[in-house]
Structures are given as C-alpha cells and as structure tokens.
Design a protein around this ligand. Structure first.
Ligand SMILES: CC(C)(COP(=O)(O)OP(=O)(O)OC[C@H]1O[C@@H](n2cnc3c(N)ncnc32)[C@H](O)[C@@H]1OP(=O)(O)O)[C@@H](O)C(=O)NCCC(=O)NCCS
Length: 177
C-alpha cells in the first residue's frame, strides 16, 4: 500500500475531523483545524493518504506548532482501520524532519498516562519523560506525561528520523511536500 504524506488542505478537514472524533474522547471542533490551517502561522499540518489520485482517502493527520527552535505536537492520529501499519511512525518522522529543516531543535508533547500505544511510538523516536501534569485531561482527570526529544539538529538524531521514515513495514511512503 502506497502512503503519501503531504500538507493538509481545507478540503481534507471533514475526513481529518472524522479521524479525530474516532481517536480521542476530547476531539477538536472542525473550526479548530480550519483556524490552524488558515490563521495560525506557527502551525504545520500534515495528512497521510492512500489510494489513487482522485480517489484518495485520508488515513492519518498531525498538527505541529513551531515556536522558535521548539516544536509542540498538537495532535496525531491514524484512522482505526489503518493502525499498526507503520503510518503513524512515518507521519511523525516526516513532520519532524520538516521541522528540523525549519530550525527546530526540540519537540514536546503531552500523552495520557494510560496511552501505552502512543508512548511506545514516541519511545521509538527517543522521547523521554520530562514530568507529569496531574489531572491534566478534563474528561477523566487523567494525568498527562510530558515527553520531549532534543538534539534534533544533531546528525545522529536526524539520521534516526530518516531511518524511521524510510523503514519498510509493508508499505512505501512517498514524500509529498
Ligand atoms: C498512536 C497512533 C498514532 C500510532 O499510529 P500507528 O500508525 O498505529 O502506529 P505504527 O503502526 O506506526 O506503530 C509505531 C509504533 O507504535 C507502537 N504501537 C502502535 N500500535 C500499537 C499497539 N496496538 N500496541 C502497542 N504498541 C503499538 C509500537 O511501538 C509501534 O512499533 P512496532 O510496530 O515496531 O511495534 C495510533 O494508534 C492512534 O491514532 N491512536 C489514537 C490517537 C492517539 O492516541 N494519538 C496519540 C496522542 S498523544
């Protein structure tokens, strides 16, 4: 299966929102994606799609905020029918490599304490635990783990991102911008 990773467009938003709703108990309203795309200069929004041009389907999305030499992962999710195929890993590697090209040296995120799947993904990239925000999530009162990855401008870290991007797990990722 070919997976194309490319910048998000306005016409992607309904499919992106669908993925968000099925992935999170506190999804963003559609207008938030519209705002991030059209108004927020610090946002970098990516999607992964499969299928032929003209009949393609969005299967994953990600939002990254860049502030000076830091990036913050706003959200990342893969459609439930397309999980565990290496798409989330490639999407994250792709977005981070673009952020590195824009001068980013460190990346930060919050993840639910119970979300071992995502934590396992981040561990593959070398993210480490910085701290805990107690009762961060409003719906369940669950703690957030604060993770970060530094040294993105350093050759070994960049090389690791490229290795992850190019690693094969049944599908070929194509670079779309
Ligand atoms: C987290 C998420 C984005 C991972 O995307 P994905 O495309 O399924 O992940 P990949 O196939 O690229 O897997 C990458 C790694 O993540 C981990 N992982 C993915 N699915 C997993 C699962 N079901 N159980 C345990 N680890 C898992 C593994 O470490 C995996 O590497 P491996 O296959 O070599 O073992 C996806 O599960 C998702 O959308 N979850 C709901 C939204 C979410 O939790 N987002 C993160 C918010 S912080």
């Amino acid at each position: 299966m070919d997976v194309l990773i490319r910048p998000m467009k306005l016409e992607d938003i309904s499919q992106v929102h669908e993925i968000d709703v099925q992935s999170f108990s506190l999804p963003w309203p559609e207008r938030s994606f519209r705002y991030e795309l059209t108004e927020n200069q610090t946002s970098r929004l990516w999607v992964a799609e499969v299928g032929d041009p003209g009949d393609a389907r969005i299967v994953a999305m990600m939002v990254l905020w860049l502030i000076l030499d830091e990036a913050h992962i706003g959200t990342i999710a893969v459609h439930s029918d397309y999980r565990r195929m290496g798409i989330g890993r490639k999407l994250l590697a792709h977005a981070l490599l673009h952020a590195v090209d824009e001068g980013v040296a460190s990346v930060f995120l919050e993840v639910r304490r119970s979300n071992h799947t995502a934590q396992s993904l981040y561990a593959q990239f070398g993210f480490t635990l910085d701290g805990i925000r107690p009762r961060y999530y409003q719906d369940t009162g669950e703690d957030a783990l604060l993770l970060s990855l530094s040294g993105l401008q350093e050759a070994p870290t960049r090389a690791n991102l490229l290795k992850i991007l190019l690693s094969q797990s049944g599908e070929q990722a194509l670079m779309g911008g």
